[in-house]
Design a protein around this ligand. Structure first.
Ligand SMILES: Cc1ncc(COP(=O)(O)O)c(C=O)c1O
Length: 468
């Protein structure tokens, strides 16, 4: 390993500028090595530092917090902390409070659902989205369908799994004036790691579209500066950035775009007044109108601790580190060969680090070029205490394109079955692989983590798929 690391450092001299993270790994994240974990699922969930937990437990142990919906002393202090966290989220993303509002949700999916149910889709509107999207963005199409809107998918192309920009721009050009049109895409793919161009936001705006940017997979290792780009809606989950707390996400929305939204119901916390006999209600203006019931108010101060932890490290070392390790991982995986010269892996997505993040998805193939079932790979990885992810990662569009599944194949399964489990569906698609292996690097990934993964991959060379 020492020799490999020296070579790596020669190839990526900038890696030494990230040594602050090696130090943190030994202090704040020491449990990873103590417990022998090789954690490679940062797109699934980030990891928390010990100090985040200490700061949060100290706060809870030294104070008494009440439900912020009152105005008693314990409520007032909880309200102050919620307001403070809300303001800091905007500050962290360099979003002017004059332009943006931060709505706390349960997670990124909660943010996306708020848009789905509140966006004024009609028969004159289009919901345009990329093939490459998380299911929680795909799911908005059901609200669009219900209200008679057109739903249009914009394709991605192999082998890099980037957007077909010509086709996308052609779709964006077709905007009838005066109608509500929503374009949704991820800043970074949770399937392939591709970073789709942020310039599309201005382009879409010029053509009259509202833009929903799903930033959930982007913000853990890339700085999103909302003074430079101005999407109408941004969805994210905080645990993906700094691990703790789970159960809190945000919809960051532009004030002017919010004026278009219409919530389909009201709930405790969202109204200024509601009457039974009057059969009327007034929704809160701003964030509160979108936060149903009691906020996760004890967790919100921990969001601020998490963000401050990231701000203290700075995105530069995080980004540099993930970039160097991802390029190394890609190079090493692509180098692996069976004795007969056949490649061991096929990567879905770009083979270099230009406009891509630290999520690398691939399948293993045996010497006879038969794919090795991703579930077997995961079972083997588990034996080595390696946490990786397999399947389609809630991104069916990415999976279908990567694995070459046709609409005919998929439709024939949907037409003949009213309901199926994921395994039934897999069998229905036949013996084509319906999933892949995903490695995602993050905040405290070390060279050693990646090296162990590559050793693990090497252990699959010259093995017959049927015997694994
Ligand atoms: C790109 C992207 N969007 C949305 C989500 C949904 O996040 P959550 O499950 O926290 O709601 C994820 C989760 O992996 C994601 O990667």
């Amino acid at each position: 390993m020492k020799e490999a690391k020296n070579k790596f450092l020669e190839q990526f001299p900038q890696f030494v500028n990230t040594r602050i993270i090696d130090e943190l790994r030994q202090t704040e994240y020491e449990r990873l090595d103590r417990l022998g974990h090789i954690y490679l699922d940062y797109t699934g969930g980030g990891l928390y530092a010990d100090s985040q937990i200490h700061a949060h437990s100290d706060l809870l142990l030294k104070n008494v917090f009440g439900n912020p919906h009152s105005s008693n002393p314990t409520s007032i202090i909880a309200t102050q902390l919620v307001d403070q966290a809300r303001a800091y989220v905007l500050e962290f993303f360099n979003a002017s409070p004059d332009e943006y509002v931060c709505i706390f949700t349960q997670n990124a999916s909660g943010a996306l659902k708020l848009i789905g149910e509140s966006y004024p889709f009609s028969q004159d509107s289009t919901y345009l989205l990329t093939f490459d999207n998380h299911n929680s963005v795909n799911g908005i199409r059901e609200f669009a369908h219900t209200r008679g809107a057109h739903v249009v998918y914009s394709p991605i192309t192999l082998p890099d799994m980037r957007l077909d920009l010509e086709k996308l721009k052609a779709s964006l050009f077709q905007t009838p004036a005066g109608t509500h049109q929503l374009f949704a895409y991820p800043a970074q793919s949770n399937f392939s790691g591709v970073q789709h161009p942020l310039e599309l936001i201005d382009f879409a705006h010029e053509k009259g579209w509202d833009v929903l940017l799903d930033a959930a997979a982007y913000v853990p290792t890339n700085y999103l500066d909302l003074s430079k780009i101005h999407p109408d809606f941004i969805s994210l989950s905080f645990y993906k950035i700094f691990g703790y707390p789970t159960g809190v996400g945000a919809l960051i929305a532009r004030h002017d775009a919010m004026e278009k939204l219409h919530r389909p119901w009201f709930a405790g916390g969202t109204i200024t007044v509601a009457s039974v006999q009057g059969d009327r209600y007034y929704l809160h203006q701003g964030a509160e109108g979108y936060e149903d019931g009691t906020l996760n108010y004890l967790s919100l101060p921990a969001v601020e601790f998490g963000l401050r932890h990231i701000a203290k490290i700075g995105y530069d070392p995080i980004h540099t580190r993930v970039t160097c390790l991802t390029q190394y991982l890609l190079d090493e995986l692509l180098r692996l060969r069976h004795s007969n010269g056949a490649p061991l892996v096929r990567i879905y997505g770009p083979a270099n680090i230009d406009m891509r993040g630290g999520t690398v998805t691939f399948n293993f193939y045996d010497p006879n070029r038969h794919f090795i079932d991703h579930r077997r790979v995961e079972a083997r990885a588990n034996e080595h205490n390696i946490s990786l992810r397999t399947g389609c990662f809630c991104n069916p569009g990415g999976g279908e394109i990567a694995l070459g599944l046709t609409s005919e194949q998929l439709n024939s399964c949907f037409i003949h079955h009213r309901w199926m489990t994921a395994d039934d569906f897999r069998r229905c698609i036949d013996d084509t692989s319906t999933g892949a292996v995903r490695i995602s690097l993050g905040l405290v990934t070390t060279f050693e983590d990646v090296y162990h993964l590559i050793r693990f991959a090497c252990s699959l060379t010259d093995q017959n798929a049927a015997n694994i």
